[in-house]
Structure formats: C-alpha cells, structure tokens
Design a protein around this ligand. Structure first.
Ligand code: RP5
Length: 169
C-alpha cells in the first residue's frame, strides 16, 4: 500500500544494535520503515512533533524501543491512536527488567503491545508490525504464511538431523 510505513523509534543510539534485528525483518518483508532516535525524557517536544507528522504521512504502526525507565512507548501511545509496540531494551544494572515493567504496565485505555526483553523481542516487534499491516494487505499476509511455513520446515529439518545423529550412536 502506497505511503504506508512503520516507524521505529528508539531513545538512544545505544539501542540501535538491538533494533537492527527489527530493521532486518521489516526489510525481509519489503515493509517500508523509518528509524528515528528520539527520547521521551530528553527530547519530549521532538518526539511529539515526529509522531504527529509520521501519522499524517502514513505511519500505521509505531515500534518504540527504550531501556532503563523506559517511557518512550507509553509517551507515544499518549500521542497517537495507531498501534504501539514496545521493546524493552536489555541494558543497565537491571538488564531490561526495569524497561519491561515501565513499558508493559500501561493504564487502561492507552495500550502498548509489549514484546520480550532481548533479541526475540526485537524480532517479534517487526513480526507483529508486519502482521498488523497484513490485515489489510493480502500479498503481505501471504508472505507471513510463507515465512511461518519456512520456520516449520526448519524445525522439522533440525529434528530430522537429530534423529539421524541419535540412530548412528
Ligand atoms: C534510554 O536510556 C534509552 O532508550 C537507552 O536504552 C538508555 C540509555 O541511553 P544512553 O545513556 O545510552 O543514551 O532512554
């Protein structure tokens, strides 16, 4: 769909290595995306301006990643009614447990779909955004089903290799 894109927001450039996995998966589905470093705490006005503008330009889903007292996803959820996916970044002395609770414990009426801490969460943020867009895009929905089928084949192949190894022991 023309102009449709996913916005990936992160609180700091220190979040970028984690979020590369999100970017790679959106690319693999040929989903358009923008990446923006903007902080709920350090640049609140710029965050507000970007979200408002991105929504007008066609952003359908916001993925928001932050660590420590992670308020970016919640702050963005307060600005737009587009779906928000929150990624708690594994960093700091609490290794993301603080970010997980800050991101997931939203008050009723302002949801943030929070994924796991770590690399599975960063990847699932992209998969979830793709599945949201696929509701209104049959070609993308087909790609999602094909990706799932590939995953299933990979698991079956791992099992086949294991069974072969065991039978030779
Ligand atoms: C959060 O603080 C950022 O999202 C980042 O995860 C964390 C640390 O930021 P830096 O001090 O590395 O810029 O707002």
């Amino acid at each position: 769909m023309k102009n449709v894109f996913v916005a990936i927001l992160m609180g700091s450039d220190s979040d970028l290595p984690s979020m590369q996995k999100t970017i790679e998966i959106l690319k693999s589905f040929s989903v358009r995306y923008e990446v923006k470093i903007t902080s709920a705490h350090r640049t609140p006005a710029a965050t507000h301006a970007y979200v408002t503008d991105a929504e007008k330009r066609g952003c359908k889903v916001f993925i928001c990643a932050a660590g420590l007292a992670a308020h970016l996803a919640g702050a963005v959820a307060g600005i737009t009614t587009r779906p928000i996916i929150g990624v708690p970044i594994e960093c700091g002395p609490l290794r993301g447990h603080d970010a997980l609770l800050s991101t997931v414990m939203m008050p009723a009426g302002v949801p943030v779909a929070t994924v796991a801490i770590g690399s599975a969460g960063a990847k699932n943020a992209a998969y979830l955004a793709v599945q949201m867009l696929a509701i209104a895009d049959d070609d993308l929905a087909l790609k999602v089903r094909e990706d799932r089928a590939q995953n299933a084949l990979a698991v079956q192949e791992k099992d086949r290799a294991l069974q072969e190894k065991l039978s030779n022991e």
